[in-house]
Design a protein around this ligand. Sequence first.
Ligand code: TA6
Length: 302
Amino acid sequence: MTLNPAIDRLIFVNEALQKGKTNRIERVLYDIGGKGIHGSYTMGKLGVENQALGFVGLTNQPQLYELLRTKSIQHDFIELPNVATRECYVVREAGLQGSTMFTEKGFQVDVQSKIALQNKVAAKVKAHDMVLIAGSLPENYSLAQLSSLIQLLKSKNCYVACDLSGEALKTAVSLGVDFIKPNFHELTELVGAEEDIQTSLKKLHEKVPCIVASRGKEGSYCIYQEKVYHVQAPEVVEKNDTGAGDCFVGAFLAQLSQKKSMIDCLKLATGCAASKVQQEDCSSFNVAKANELAEKVVINKL
Ligand code: TA6
């Protein structure tokens, strides 16, 4: 579920960006954008059938739908008249690792379309389905509306996974969703700055059954069924880190939906994210490479 999808415009420049200078663009390419859509792509590539839901703007719908087609993503979006799906700009500077991202706010959603989404979800989603809600919310999509969407999913006895931030993440935690992926800053915001990450995770685990907290190069931590794991990713040459977290979430949930062990879920998710950063775009990864890298992931049960 991507309530605020995007078309990612990747901008390649040959030198480090400099203020006061004309920074000449070498190349531009477009990719699917939006955290939930990236999750859909990853799940599909790992053989887990799914459908991308949410809202799209009609004025640039052909461009987004063509990107979805090239990535074989099944979808059933609520189409918003007279508005465009936003663009996110991802700048890659030649010779430098990582990327710089600028995200547009995106469209406003009219009341009828919000109701239409609730009705579509109510009709489509069955018990034991897994639903991922990921990414930012449209400016006028309130926390109350997010709450009613999550409560609808919980009433259907779905597995509700949320890759959200800020107040939306706090709302998801308060409703007791099944999975969240806070970054370290969000974790301390949610439970206060504890002496160590394990204490923070254990406090949050009282409300959320499965938590993965990313801490960049230091790796990530996962708590599940009262066990805490530290996950160290293998070193790879990074081309573009954009979308690595989304790829992790999609792969993790794909494995979880196939009843794999927590160790296997964490290994393959980390391998997929590591393969993603080796690609120049925002979503691609290589399944064979991801499986290879998964074997190099070091997991310690703390
Ligand atoms: O995580 C990467 C990414 O999904 C980019 O592809 C870009 O679309 C952006 O994040 C969207 O993030 P937001 O939090 O605004 O939904």
